[in-house]
Design a protein. Structure first.
Length: 286
């Protein structure tokens, strides 16, 4: 398993991590028992994956805690989050949510604790009212590094993350990025590399890149809307599959090899996207 350093955190993380949410939620949404989901995590850890990301609302923190039993806690990097969208978040609610996450995970610290799904209109309030509570928890040793994730499908231009990078308060940012939505390259990654901020990728596959037929339907929809020219992308799914074992494999490789995801050693030579890839840069919620 290839590893890299996640920005200023200096955490050595596997380039392929496990997301404990989405349509599967470690198999819980597709029929696995909690024991089977925990075993799935253990097998991933045994094969060199050392990074796992979840959210309190996914209901998977206790499964992760079960998989961590008997393991060297320092060998696994845990990222979890506190939602900011369902109701106005208070410092007290953050503290309570953090303590509950620690209990479910069966640990006394979380490596990366994020504010989740932050939209531009909430950002300033969260910095003023909630960020001090995050720093307090960090001083208490409950969290090591502080991050936040964007609400990508409502903020396709990464407005909130650009403001966050200007503030330079955050150690890690969770960003929507994939081969169909590459706006983060210039709007987020360039500044993150300059400030040595760690990056986590979401939306790497989702529905549009999960199967060639889904991708073809997605491209047809963009063509019908006049957003792209069919002649430019007609062979795009076949082009991808010629270079990878599957479409999801191609999608994950695309994100893995993007400079700044997370920050690469300086000797890494930036890969230029192909002509066909570089045309698909319009933001889209996939």
């Amino acid at each position: 398993m290839r590893t890299t350093i996640s920005g200023r955190t200096n955490l050595k993380v596997s380039q392929m991590g496990i997301g404990a949410g989405g349509a599967s939620q470690i198999g819980r949404k597709t029929g696995l028992t909690e024991a089977e989901s925990s075993d799935l995590l253990c097998r991933a850890f045994d094969h060199g994956v050392n990074f796992i990301d979840t959210v309190e609302g996914y209901g998977t923190e206790s499964i992760i805690g079960r998989a961590l039993e008997g393991r060297d806690r320092s060998s696994i990097i845990i990222s979890t989050k506190k939602s900011t969208r369902r109701q106005e978040l208070t410092a007290q609610a953050l503290q309570m949510g953090l303590d509950h996450s620690l209990q479910r995970l069966g640990t006394d610290y979380i490596d990366i604790y994020n504010l989740h799904g932050v939209v531009p209109q909430d950002y300033a309030r969260l910095v003023a009212n909630i960020f001090p509570a995050l720093k307090k928890a960090q001083r208490q040793g409950k969290i090591r590094f502080i991050g936040l994730s964007e609400m990508f499908n409502k903020d396709l231009e990464h407005t909130m993350l650009q403001e966050a990078l200007a503030d330079d308060l955050w150690d890690v940012l969770m960003v929507g990025f994939n081969m169909l939505s590459q706006t983060a390259r210039e709007k987020v990654f360039a500044k993150a590399i300059a400030k040595n901020v760690g990056i986590q990728i979401m939306f790497a596959v989702r529905n549009a890149l999960s199967h060639p037929n889904n991708l073809r339907r997605f491209i047809t929809n963009l063509v019908d809307k006049g957003q792209i020219n069919r002649a430019e992308v007609e062979d795009f799914p076949n082009f991808l599959l010629a270079e990878a074992t599957s479409l999801p494999d191609a999608a994950y490789r695309f994100c893995r090899d993007e400079p700044g995801v997370p920050r690469r050693p300086l000797r890494y030579r930036q890969r230029q996207p192909s002509r066909r890839q570089s045309r698909l840069v319009r933001p889209s919620a996939t």
